[in-house]
Structures are given as structure tokens and as C-alpha cells.
Design a protein around this ligand. Structure first.
Ligand code: FAD
Length: 289
């Protein structure tokens, strides 16, 4: 099913993200993780593509596993380091496998990478155009940044580029993780003012160990509220306590989003079915409409 259709009526939706393995020998383990996650009936499941500039080979295979479990897959696709031919090959492969949804991304700039005049794709909007030119029926989503993309000079510029990307045919947006809902509320309001009217799915990352916070902040540029720092200070050295506190913090964030009328939630599961299960159990009455 197209994600635009799933999001159409602004009913409550909860989706999950998984990442594919880097090596063949971990493929079966990741497929097992997908099967476990699908038991909690997410509205769709997204599969990353070569996260942090690494492998991309298994995205279609994992997206197929999601589909085989009866859940709608959303396949991520990055373009910065890809040729036009490679993009055509991947989009055709997804199409042939009946995968109707693509999250069109630029990808992070690898260390030492230099933009040249011959660069075919420099930004995600060009990938959106390319996908639509290959098959206008594919439902295309894009990424957005409540706390501004790290390369942007300021929010005004970032939102102007986001509007251009949406105008190329993006049908929904998924946010970078954030830990402070106020940042999301402000961002959403700014999008409304600038005429960005597609559904915006709030991306929530449950932090279940203290080391993960440091890495997540480095990668995402997200700020961490004092409340969460205090949780880490108190429980960071005890894995069980930290995990429980992180799950409850993420659940609380989701409840607050929903109480404010934001019904579309995406959980960065980090391939941890037990964490997804704990959050879904914590929301069981709330998400059952
Ligand atoms: P863009 O939309 O191109 O934006 C990148 C920067 O360029 C921004 O600062 C923007 O303001 C600016 N910009 C946009 N258009 C223009 C223009 N016309 N002229 C000048 N500047 C412009 N990475 C992976 O490798 N694999 C994944 O699977 C993956 N999944 C992700 C999922 C989500 C929900 C999110 C939020 C991020 C994901 N990323 C992934 C990371 C993403 O690739 C990086 O954040 C990347 O740096 C930006 O990608 P983008 O698609 O947002 O780029």
C-alpha cells in the first residue's frame, strides 16, 4: 500500500525503522528481527540504505522480508555517491519487487568527498525528480530536520529548501530524531507558515544506553533536554535501569505528541524488538482507535 494512503485520514499510525546488515552472514538474523518487529503490527516499516555511507546491498532484500510479513515496506535510497544508472537500477528493482514507497535521501557527505561539476545528484530533490521520471506512481517521502540540518546556515534557508523538495513531489516527510517535543512543535508551525502541507511523521529514538546518546547526538545534531541528561546521570551506569528509563522517556514523548494532535510516529527501533514491544505495550490503549 502507498504510505500517502496510510497517512491520508490522520488516524494514529506507528511505524518502525530497521537497518539491513553489513554482511551476508547477518542477513538471516536481520530477517528474524524483521519478523519479530512485524508481530507488533506497525503501519509500515522503513529499511535504511547504506546508513553512514556503508553498504546498501541488502535494502531490497530486507524490504521484501517486511512485505512477506504483510507489512508495507518503505525503502530508503540515497543518491550523493550514486550514478544515475545505479539509481535507475535500484528503482527498477524495487518496482519489480512491488515496493511502492521510497524515502528519497541525499545521504551524508563522506569524509574527503568533493563536489564536482559532473556531480549528477547533489541534493535529495534531484533524486525525487529522478524517481518520479522513472515511475510517477511511486510514493516518495523525504527527510526533514526540526533542529535544522547541520549543513544549513539557518532555519529559513533549510525550510526554503525543504519546500522546494516537497514541491518536486514528496508526499510525506519523516523527521530526524528529536528529544524535545517543543523543537518539533516550532518546526511544524514554521512548515505550515511556509506552505509545507504534507504529513510530517515524528521520528522518535528510544535511547536505551548512555553511549548511544553521544553517538546519536553526533550523527543527528539533536539537542538533549536537561531532563534527559539527569536521567543519564542517575541511571547511565546501570544498563537495565537506563533501558527502562529510555523506553519510558520515548513513550512519554509519543504520548505528548499525540496529546498535541500529532498522530504519525516513527520509531527508530535500532533493530531491537524488545524495545519496540515495550513502547507498543506502553501505548496499547492509546494507539488502538
Ligand atoms: P537534502 O534534502 O538534499 O538536504 C541536505 C542539505 O542541503 C540541507 O542542509 C538542505 O537545506 C540543503 N539543500 C537542499 N536543497 C538545496 C539546494 N537546492 N541548494 C542548496 N542547498 C540545498 N542516510 C543514509 O545514508 N541512509 C539512510 O537510510 C538514511 N535515512 C534517513 C532517514 C531519515 C528520516 C533522516 C532524517 C535521515 C536519514 N539519513 C540517511 C541521513 C541523511 O542522508 C542525511 O541527513 C543527509 O545529510 C541529508 O539528506 P537529505 O535527504 O535531507 O538531503
Amino acid at each position: 500500500m502507498k504510505i500517502s494512503k496510510i497517512l491520508k485520514d490522520n488516524r494514529v499510525t506507528v511505524s518502525f525503522e530497521v537497518f539491513p546488515p553489513k554482511q551476508w552472514d547477518k542477513l538471516e538474523t536481520t530477517k528474524q528481527t524483521v519478523r519479530e518487529l512485524c508481530k507488533y503490527s506497525p503501519d509500515f516499516m522503513s529499511v535504511t540504505y547504506g546508513a553512514a555511507g556503508t553498504t546498501s546491498g541488502f535494502t531490497t532484500e530486507i524490504a521484501n522480508e517486511v512485505k512477506d510479513c504483510g507489512i508495507t515496506p518503505l525503502s530508503h535510497l540515497t543518491c550523493l555517491t550514486s550514478s544515475r544508472d545505479k539509481i535507475h537500477q535500484v528503482v527498477s528493482e524495487l518496482d519489480a519487487n512491488g515496493i511502492e514507497n521510497i524515502l528519497a535521501l541525499r545521504g551524508d557527505v563522506p569524509q574527503g568527498f568533493e563536489f564536482t561539476d559532473r556531480q549528477y545528484f547533489s541534493n535529495a530533490y534531484q533524486l525525487v525528480n529522478e524517481i518520479k521520471s522513472i515511475n510517477p506512481n511511486i510514493c516518495v517521502g523525504g527527510a526533514c530536520y526540526p533542529e535544522v540540518h547541520p549543513e544549513s546556515k539557518n532555519r529559513v534557508e533549510d525550510i526554503a529548501h525543504l519546500k522546494e523538495k516537497v514541491d518536486c513531489g514528496v508526499e510525506f516527510l519523516t523527521t530526524q530524531m528529536f528529544f524535545d517535543n517543543e523543537k518539533f512543535f516550532n518546526f511544524y508551525e514554521m512548515c505550515q507558515i511556509k506552505g509545507i502541507n504534507v504529513p510530517i511523521i515524528a521520528g522518535i529514538m528510544p535511547i536505551t544506553n548512555a553511549n548511544q546518546v553521544k553517538r546519536s547526538i553526533e550523527l543527528s545534531n539533536s539537542s538533549v533536554p536537561a531532563k534527559f541528561f539527569r536521567i543519564m546521570e542517575r541511571f547511565g551506569d546501570d544498563p537495565d535501569k537506563m533501558k527502562q528509563a529510555g523506553i519510558i522517556y520515548a513513550t512519554d514523548q509519543i504520548i505528548d505528541l499525540m496529546a498535541n494532535g500529532f498522530n504519525n510516529i516513527h520509531i527508530y527501533t535500532m533493530n531491537k524488538p524488545d524495545v519496540a514491544m515495550a513502547i507498543m505495550n506502553g501505548l496499547s490503549s492509546i494507539i488502538n482507535e
